[in-house]
Write a protein that binds this ligand. Structure first.
Ligand code: SF4
Length: 350
């Protein structure tokens, strides 16, 4: 395992094997532990972790708390709360909640690494198998690391490649470490949790699921196909008349619909409009794109849509956005009723 990490660092890196070793049998057997006063503290912290993940880190209360925790008991409570947070989202069985937690945990680790010592950063890089040498990584490692990132700056054609190595700045390497942690965590979930534990946690899981649904509604509102951008409408129209949709087109439609909160069944319903619809093939593709394989793919940018010939009949709003998802969000907001019942169809500031 190489040099040991400082015990305090384990608070921010609870996913590492040595954090789990440090935890030992602190919380076992779990169903009994949860009912103890210490167990209740862990439940409270685990709930806070997941709730903050749902709010997309809008509160840094958790980090402040965990940074103040330096004694062995406090460190164990933090690590146990990470474990329990994973158990909670596994009981909920909502992919979007799992993805939010993994993204949040990866972000916490990233912030600790950026602020921490070089030595800690190098030790963690070793543990997660992402070790740039003199600021570069082999192309194969790079491609794997950016597989879930959609920003154009990560595309290999936009990178400096020499001798089979891709050059990275330090901050880019940090971002890729965060991504690596996110993917690792996502691939491990959901866990198989005994029914008795899920039942005990039910009041919490019900509350968190409602929180997720409310946050998607807050961000995108009810799904309204009428506000879909021309490119996405064109894909849906093409499906309906039986045109063969390319893989990038299927990907764009699925990732777009997943991001605005459409359930897998809703996405499959869209694909079912195609005359050659195959349930098994569609569910496989949809689950792969929406993260069941461990990587949650973001919807493509307008630039990527153009590259694949998917930018169809752009309208005036298109000149103001760089992402189809942004088009939808802006258009929806511009049609929100103002006080007095009118809609606010002014020019969006994008
Ligand atoms: S500009 Fe963007 S949102 Fe508009 S049609 Fe093209 S890809 Fe879609």
């Amino acid at each position: 395992m190489g040099d040991p990490l400082d015990q305090k660092d384990l608070i921010h890196l609870p996913f590492l094997k040595e954090a789990q070793q440090f935890l030992g049998d602190f919380a076992s057997p779990l169903d009994t532990f949860l009912t103890t006063p210490l167990g209740e503290r862990v439940v409270t912290r685990a709930y806070a972790r997941v709730a903050m993940a749902v709010r997309k880190g809008r509160s840094d209360q958790g980090r402040t708390l965990s940074r103040a925790t330096t004694d062995a008991l406090g460190i164990r409570i933090e690590i146990a709360s990470f474990v329990l947070a994973r158990i909670i989202v596994s009981c909920v069985k909502d992919r979007s909640l799992i993805e939010r937690l993994c993204r949040y945990e990866a972000q916490l680790a990233y912030e600790a690494l950026v602020e921490g010592s070089e030595k800690t950063r190098d030790l963690v890089a070793e543990r997660i198998g992402f070790v740039p040498i003199k600021g570069s990584v082999p192309v194969v490692m790079y491609i794997e690391a950016v597989a879930g990132l959609r920003e154009d700056r990560w595309r290999l054609v936009n990178r400096e490649v020499e001798g089979g190595l891709v050059a990275l700045t330090k901050s880019e390497a940090d971002e890729l470490m965060r991504e690596r942690i996110r993917v690792m965590l996502t691939q491990q979930l959901p866990l198989s949790v005994p029914d008795t534990v899920c039942r005990y946690l039910e009041p919490i899981t019900t509350d968190l699921l409602a929180m997720v649904k409310a946050s998607i509604l807050e961000e995108f509102g009810e799904i309204e196909e009428g506000f879909f951008p021309p490119c996405i409408k064109a894909i849906i129209d093409a499906l309906a008349v039986g045109t063969n949709i390319t893989h990038p087109g299927r990907f764009a439609l699925t990732a777009f619909c997943h991001t605005i909160g459409m359930a897998t069944t809703g996405i499959i319903e869209l694909f079912s409009r195609a005359p050659d619809f195959s349930y098994d093939r569609t569910i496989y593709q949809v689950e792969h794109i929406t993260g069941r394989g461990g990587t949650e793919y973001s919807p493509p940018s307008c630039a990527t849509m153009r590259t694949h010939g998917l930018c169809v009949k752009p309208d005036p709003l298109c000149t103001k956005v760089n992402f189809p998802i942004r088009y939808y969000s802006v258009k929806k907001k511009s049609h929100l009723p103002r006080e007095g019942g009118e809609t606010s169809q002014g020019s969006p500031s994008t």
